[in-house]
Design a protein around this ligand. Structure first.
Ligand code: ACM
Ligand code: ZN
Length: 501
C-alpha cells in the first residue's frame, strides 16, 4: 500500500498538471519480468518506454509482441494528436491514445509517477491533453557550446515536461555552429572560439557535425520533440562576417565576437552574393532539419551601415523603397520567399512584423506580450516568449547579488503567472500557437548551469503550455513542486531551490 502521506500528494505531484486526475485505491508496483505491450502504431514508443520505465521502476520489463501485457497501450479513435487516457491499478496499467504522441505522453506520465514515488505508481485515473500545440524551449548554443550529450539530456528533460519544440539557436555574433557542406570556411573561421571555461584558455572549433545534428533530430523525434533551427540574419552575423567580410557593407576584418550586445555590421542588403550564400545555407538547413519550421532571426538589426552603403542605396532605389528602414522589411520578405520556395515555414522574432512580411511567417513575441497581440492582429501565428518577467530564463530567479543570471529578474511565480492569452480577444486568440522558455547562455558555461537557470521555471511554463487556464493555480503548483522535485532529483537535475517569489 502507498504510505498515507503519498496518497495525499496533490495530483500525485505531476507537472504539468493533468486535465483530469483522480486517485483509485492502492499502488502499482511491478516485479521484474512484468510485460509491456502496445498496439502496432505505438511500437516506437514502447521501445523508448522500456528503458525509461526500467530505470524509473528499477525492475526489468519484457516487451510482449502479441496479446496484452500488464502495461498495455491501446489505439482508440477520438483522443486527438497528443491526448491520452491512463488507468493505473494494482494489477496493471491500461492506456489509450489515438496517435503516437498521445501514447508517448501516457507512458511519460507513468514514468513520471514512478520517478516521484520511487519505484511504484499510485493507482489513479487520468484523462489528459494539451492546451497549446507549441510548447517549447530555446537553447543558445553559440554564446556557449554544449556537447551533444547535454543537448540530448535536455531534450529528455523537456519531453518529461511534455514540451514538444526545441528551438536550436545555431548562429550569432560569437559563432557559427551549423556545418554547411558547400561552405567549409564557416567551420574554419566562424566556429572558432576561445574556450574560457578552463585554464589555460584554448582556441577550439566548435561546430556541430552533420552526424550530430542528424542524431539529435532523430533523438528528439523519438521523444515527440520537433527541432526548429535558427540561422540569424541579417543582424547578429559577426562570426559569419569573419569568414565573409565581403557580405558586410564596409568590408574589412572581423572576428567572432567575445562581447555581447548589438553590433552595427549586418549583412549588406545590396549584395547579391550574400543572397546566393543565404540560399546555399537555407538549402543545407532544409537538408539537415526535415521539420516544417526554420527560424531566420530578424531581431535587433541596426540600419546605420545600410544608410551609408552605396550598394544598399542602389537596392533601395531599384526596389522603390523609401529608406533604409524599409530595407529591413524587404530583406525579411526576400528570405521568407526563399524559405517558401524550399517548402518551409519561416519563423522570425517580433521585429519582422514591422517589415510587413507575409502572414505565413510565424512570429516569436520576445520584446513584450503586446508585440505578440499586434502580430496576431496582423494575421500571424505567434509563439509567446516575452522577456518581460516570464519566459527569459537567463534572468535571475531572485533579486539577489548572489543569484546567477542577468538582465532582469523573473521569479518562478512570475514565469508561472504569465498567461499567454491575456489581452487577446477571441478573434485573434487562435493565432497563439503556444509558449516557449528561452535560454540565452552568455553566462551559462556548463550544462549544469543551464539546468539551474531552467528549472523550475521551465516546469512552470510547461504547465502553462499544457494545462487549461482554469486548472492552474500558483498555490497548487507550489504544493506539487517538492514532489516533482523528487522526479528531477532522480534524474540528477540541477535546479534553483530558493524562494519562488
Ligand atoms: C532576442 O532576445 N534578441 C530575441
Ligand atoms: Zn550594404
Amino acid at each position: 500500500m502507498a504510505k498515507s502521506q503519498d496518497v495525499e500528494i496533490p495530483d500525485a505531484g505531476l507537472i504539468p498538471r493533468p486535465r483530469n486526475f483522480a486517485y483509485l485505491t492502492g499502488v502499482f508496483k511491478p516485479r521484474t519480468g512484468v510485460s509491456i505491450s502496445v498496439d502496432p502504431a505505438f511500437a516506437a514508443e514502447a521501445i523508448w518506454a522500456l528503458s525509461v520505465l526500467e530505470s524509473a521502476f528499477t525492475v526489468r520489463f519484457t516487451l510482449k509482441a502479441t496479446g496484452k501485457g500488464t502495461i498495455h497501450v491501446a489505439q482508440v479513435p477520438g483522443l486527438g494528436a497528443e491526448g491520452y487516457r491512463l488507468t493505473i491499478k494494482p494489477a496493471g496499467v491500461r492506456a489509450e491514445a489515438s496517435e503516437p504522441a498521445g501514447a508517448f505522453y501516457a507512458l511519460q506520465t507513468l514514468r513520471a509517477l514512478a520517478l516521484i514515488y520511487g519505484d511504484r505508481a499510485p493507482a489513479c485515473q487520468i484523462e489528459d491533453e494539451p492546451r497549446f500545440p507549441w510548447r517549447g524551449y530555446m537553447l543558445d548554443t553559440v554564446r556557449n557550446f554544449f556537447e551533444p550529450s547535454f543537448i540530448k539530456r535536455f531534450i529528455d528533460l523537456a519531453a518529461l515536461h511534455k514540451l514538444n519544440r526545441f528551438h536550436w539557436h545555431l548562429t550569432d555574433d560569437q559563432g557559427w555552429r551549423m556545418p554547411v557542406r558547400s561552405h567549409p570556411e564557416l567551420a574554419d573561421t566562424a566556429a572558432r572560439k576561445i574556450d574560457r571555461r578552463y585554464l589555460p584558455h584554448v582556441e577550439r572549433t566548435l561546430v556541430y557535425s552533420e552526424a550530430t545534428i542528424t542524431e539529435v533530430v532523430a533523438y528528439a523525434a523519438e521523444r515527440h520533440v520537433l527541432v526548429i533551427p535558427e540561422i540569424e540574419m541579417p543582424g547578429h552575423v559577426t562570426a559569419l562576417l569573419s569568414a565573409h567580410p565581403e557580405f558586410s557593407c564596409v568590408g574589412g576584418e572581423f572576428e567572432p565576437e567575445d562581447r555581447f550586445g548589438i553590433f552595427p555590421d549586418v549583412l549588406c542588403a545590396g549584395s547579391d552574393k550574400a543572397f546566393d550564400f543565404i540560399g546555399d545555407v537555407l538549402s543545407e538547413t532544409t537538408r539537415l532539419f526535415p521539420g516544417p519550421f526554420i527560424h531566420f532571426g530578424g531581431d535587433e538589426v541596426p540600419i546605420e551601415r545600410w544608410a551609408a552603403c552605396p550598394r544598399c542605396q542602389a537596392r533601395i532605389d531599384a526596389e522603390g523603397l523609401p529608406d533604409a528602414t524599409a530595407l529591413r522589411g524587404w530583406f525579411t520578405r526576400r528570405v521568407t520567399a526563399m524559405l517558401m520556395e524550399r517548402n518551409r515555414r519561416a519563423v522570425g522574432w517580433d521585429e519582422v512584423v514591422e517589415g510587413a512580411v507575409p502572414s505565413e511567417v510565424v512570429v516569436m513575441a520576445w520584446r513584450s506580450a503586446e508585440r505578440g497581440a499586434a502580430a496576431a492582429r496582423a494575421g500571424h501565428d505567434v509563439v509567446m516568449c516575452p522577456s518581460t518577467k516570464a519566459c527569459y530564463l537567463d534572468h535571475k530567479h531572485l533579486d539577489s547579488a548572489e543569484e546567477p543570471g542577468h538582465l532582469g529578474v523573473s521569479t518562478v511565480r512570475d514565469s508561472y503567472s504569465f498567461e499567454p492569452l491575456a489581452g487577446f480577444d477571441v478573434a485573434i486568440a487562435p493565432h497563439v500557437l503556444g509558449i516557449q522558455g528561452n535560454l540565452w547562455t552568455e553566462l551559462m558555461y556548463f550544462g549544469r548551469q543551464v539546468e539551474y537557470m531552467a528549472f523550475p521555471r521551465l516546469s512552470a511554463l510547461s504547465e502553462t503550455g499544457w494545462t487549461p487556464e482554469g486548472r492552474k493555480t500558483f498555490e497548487g503548483f507550489s504544493k506539487r513542486l517538492p514532489y516533482w522535485g523528487r522526479a528531477l532529483d532522480r534524474l540528477d537535475v540541477a535546479r534553483y531551490r530558493g524562494p519562488l517569489g
